[in-house]
Design a binder for this molecule. Sequence first.
Ligand code: AHN
Ligand code: ZN
Length: 333
Amino acid sequence: MTKLILLFCSAILLSCSSKGSVETIQSTSEIKKTENQTNTPIFHADSAYSYIEKQVAFGYRIPNTPAHKVCGNFLSSELKRFGAQVFEQEAKLTAYNGTPLEARNIIGSFNPDHKKRILLFAHWDSRPYSDHDPNPANHKKPLDGADDGASGVGVLLEIARQISIKAPNIGIDIIFFDAEDYGTPEFAKDQYSASNDTWCLGSRFWGKNPHIPNYKAEFGILLDMVGAKNAVFYKEHLSMRYAARYVEEVWNKARNLGYGKYFINANGGGVIDDHEAVIEGTGIPCLDIINFDPYTSKGFGEHWHTQKDNMENIDKEVLKAVGQTVLEVIYTR
Ligand code: AHN
Ligand code: ZN
């Protein structure tokens, strides 16, 4: 009898606790959800913006110049400060017109022993010419490169800062490539070859001589011109050819975060950029987040390779969209 009563009681208890546990399950799943949303650190667009200002304030980051040297030292020391193992790769390269360029690729590795890695990269040099400026008197003038160069680096420095605060579950390599933007200017196309390989000299060198032999990463993301007002990021051609599943992942994450107005869910054109040499040299699938609109005559924004590529054209909301999306990709792995 006592056994029966006990059984009866435990049945009531069980039903109570099971009811309770259902509630607990519901609430933990809710907690889990909010936890997941905050698992990804918050990208501080103000910080990325100041990093862009800082680079521009050094002056033109043109290889062989003092401003270039000082800016390179700064980038390297910031990566170290954030706990990265830093490799500096120096290379003597040759510009389209025969000018020898003292180039420097700057590489920061976080969690260097982890097998699972993502590669993030941008170019840190700025173009010595404004050859697409509407005023021909400006064609031979250097430009600030707030968007073209500094924006990608600024976003990656803020990502590095976030990694230093909270380590992700994977290894991250950040590469700042040099001498991307020394390609044959419009005004010299009759005199010199204007082939694609006058661009992206730093990444071409690294592709053939990676800082670690047989360097591998699951995939790579290039950030190029990710800071201008009204930027649009279409799915770039080479990226779709070699890294379609990662393009879809990045664009889906951006849309889910509410950045679908920047990350357009459509194919755009192909561009010459640093991802090509990385893909060719290492076989790592890479994608390019680049402001290129195939439905405009210039493709790149109106400010591209003009004197207007300055701080006035930098939009924190765009930096936020790109930076938060990339952080989401990193911290959901
Ligand atoms: C051209 O398509 C000529 N250039 C794209 C690479 C680039 C230049 N990115 C920034 N500046
Ligand atoms: Zn450029």
